[in-house]
Design a protein. Structure first.
Ligand code: SF4
Ligand code: SF4
Length: 209
C-alpha cells in the first residue's frame, strides 16, 4: 500500500480526483465552489482578518465622537512611520484632546496592528476593507481623519466579538472613573462638614472687662 502511494503520478491523480469531485459536486452543493465572482460576489471575511487601521467614533458624529485624544502613542510606535498626527488647540492655544489632523499613509502601512495594540483608548482598530486601489502615488494613498473615521456600529459589524469586548471594557472603565469621582466628592463633603463642626464647637474667647 505504501509503495502504491509512492508511484509516480499518484499525487496528480489524487489532485484531479479532488478537482473533479468539487466540479461535479458544486452542481448540487454550492459550498463546493472554491472561487467567487469578484467583484459581484465577495467572501465574508473572518473576524481575525486585517489590513489597514481605522479610527472608531461613538454615536453619529464622526468628528465629535472620535475616541482618539491625540496622545500620539500610535504615531511613536508605528514601525513604518505611516501615521502623522497634529494635535488640535483650543481658543487659548492650549493642546486639546482631539486631533486636528490624523493621517495614515496606506502605502507605508504594513498592517502590523501595533497601533491598535498600543492605543490606550481603543480608538484605532484594524479594518478588513481591502479595496483601497487608487491612481497616483502620494495624496490618494494618504487617508485623512474623515476617511479613517468609522462608527462603532461598523466595528461591531466586521468584528462583533472583539467590539463587544471593547465596549464592555470601556463601560467598566467609565464605571470605575464615576465611582472614584463620587468617592472624592463624598470625602471632600465630609471633610468640609467636620471642619464646620469643629469651628462651631470652638469656645469663644472671653470678653475683656
Ligand atoms: S489613536 Fe489612540 S494612540 Fe493614537 S493618538 Fe489617538 S488615542 Fe493616542
Ligand atoms: S498597522 Fe502597523 S504599520 Fe500600519 S499604521 Fe498601524 S502601526 Fe503603522
Amino acid at each position: 500500500m505504501r509503495k502504491l502511494k509512492q508511484l509516480p503520478g499518484v499525487g496528480l491523480l489524487k489532485g484531479m480526483l479532488v478537482t473533479g469531485r468539487n466540479f461535479f459536486g458544486s452542481y448540487r452543493n454550492p459550498r463546493r465552489l472554491v472561487t467567487v465572482s469578484y467583484p459581484e460576489q465577495r467572501l465574508l471575511l473572518p473576524e481575525s482578518s486585517r489590513n489597514f487601521p481605522f479610527l472608531v467614533y461613538d454615536g453619529n458624529d464622526s468628528v465629535e465622537g472620535l475616541r482618539c485624544v491625540a496622545c500620539k502613542t500610535c504615531e511613536r510606535e508605528c514601525p513604518s512611520g505611516a501615521i502623522r498626527i497634529v494635535q488640535a488647540r483650543d481658543e487659548n492655544g492650549r493642546p486639546a484632546k482631539h486631533p486636528e489632523r490624523f493621517e495614515i499613509g496606506i502605502d507605508a502601512c504594513m498592517g502590523c496592528q501595533i497601533c491598535a495594540e498600543v492605543c490606550p483608548f481603543d480608538a484605532i482598530k484594524m479594518d478588513s476593507d481591502y479595496e483601497h486601489a487608487a491612481t497616483g502615488r502620494t495624496r490618494p494613498m494618504v487617508h485623512n481623519k474623515l476617511r479613517l473615521a468609522k462608527s462603532n456600529t461598523y466595528y461591531h459589524r466586521i468584528k462583533p466579538r472583539e467590539a463587544a469586548e471593547v465596549d464592555a471594557r470601556l463601560e467598566m472603565e467609565r464605571f470605575r472613573k464615576e465611582e472614584a469621582r463620587r468617592k472624592r466628592e463624598e470625602a471632600a463633603r465630609m471633610k468640609k462638614e467636620a471642619a464646620a463642626k469643629a469651628a462651631a464647637a470652638k469656645p469663644e474667647a472671653p470678653e475683656n472687662s
